[in-house]
Design a protein around this ligand. Structure first.
Ligand SMILES: [Zn+2]
Length: 325
């Protein structure tokens, strides 16, 4: 195993390729083209909205449409829309893959989805967090993108400056305040959060929240606050939740986490000490686990359960356990 101390620091040698690390994370799609240059091309968008090679990725009450007979994303075509006049306001251009175009499609949470759409047979709206572990990576990342941007639209229907309604613009990547006296532009937001596997020698630090399923232990995490760097947030969160002081840390990779709107920034960190003092009661338990205990949990035969395989949390744990950080 290579220790954090072995990294060359200021030598200029790139020892960790964060791009490759991030590509391996669940919910990250490296083959999808966001075609940002098309967001202002109203003519092109109008044609795509009525094209048979266009897929609409519906989101309703923050849930995604999936097949019930097998773990697979389900999409709609323009022929499934019984009220096509709602396409422009409800569609958000996601991008292209090969020859197909994809739009997220936000369905009003107060309506029955079957009211204005013919939903494919054997499909249902489900929680992506539950389905993430069984969907293939491409489908999961497509649904995550659609879910994340739809959540932002739902929460920004009104201007935060003057309270007037906002309207969809730039193919759904901007909401404009409709008040001529205000006219503020609102761009899609994500909330940065740190997630960190703390370790010392042959043990790592995992915690659990009371609301998690029984036996699940995971890495420590928390939101980055205004005026704070991600690294400072790591120091603060670890100290608040466990009382442990950090000696060194190393950035690993990031992952979009639309539950509801986070960007997880993953770190490994070495601890100065091992005495745990929970200060903020955010966790109901925090403990040190040996590498062999974590290996057993990865194999599904340990005394604890780990976070799902598609989470960056799981990757932080596995890469430490296998000595590949
Ligand atoms: Zn306004």
């Amino acid at each position: 195993m290579r220790n954090l101390q072995d990294y060359p620091g200021k030598s200029g040698v790139v020892t960790v390729d964060h791009l490759q690390q991030a590509r391996q994370n669940g919910l990250v799609n490296s083959t999808f083209d966001r075609i940002t240059h098309r967001r202002d091309d109203l003519e092109w968008i109008a044609r795509r909205l009525h094209d048979d090679r266009t897929h609409f990725v519906p989101v309703w009450r923050q849930k995604n449409l999936v097949r019930v007979d097998r773990p697979q994303a389900a999409t709609l075509t323009q022929k499934d829309m019984t009220r096509p006049e709602s396409l422009v306001e409800s569609s958000i251009l996601l991008g292209r893959h090969e020859r197909d175009t994809y739009f997220a499609y936000l369905i009003d949470d107060k309506r029955d989805p079957a009211d204005a759409h013919v939903l494919p047979a054997d499909t249902a709206f489900e929680d992506l967090r539950r389905l993430g572990p069984v969907l293939d990576d491409w489908d999961a990342s497509l649904l995550a993108y659609a879910k994340g941007i739809c959540y932002w639209h739902e929460r920004h229907r009104f201007c935060g400056v003057c309270g007037s309604p906002t309207a969809n613009s730039k193919a759904g990547h901007l909401r404009l305040c409709t008040s001529s006296a205000c006219g503020v532009s609102h761009f899609p937001r994500t909330d940065p959060a740190i997630i960190v596997l703390v370790f010392r020698e042959d043990r790592c630090l995992l915690g659990r929240q009371a609301r998690w399923p029984e036996g699940v232990y995971s890495t420590l995490a928390g939101f980055v606050e205004p005026g704070e760097s991600a690294e400072q947030a790591v120091l603060r969160e670890v100290s608040e939740e466990t009382g442990i002081k950090i000696q060194r840390m190393s950035y690993q990779s990031s992952q979009p986490w639309p539950f509801p709107s986070s960007l997880m920034l993953g770190f490994h960190a070495t601890a100065q000490s091992t005495e745990i003092q929970r200060n903020d009661n955010e966790l109901e338990d925090a403990r040190w686990f040996t590498r062999s205990q974590v290996f057993d949990a990865m194999a599904g035969c340990g005394s604890i359960k780990l976070p799902p395989a598609f989470s960056v949390s799981r990757r932080l744990i596995e890469s430490w356990c296998k000595g590949t950080i």
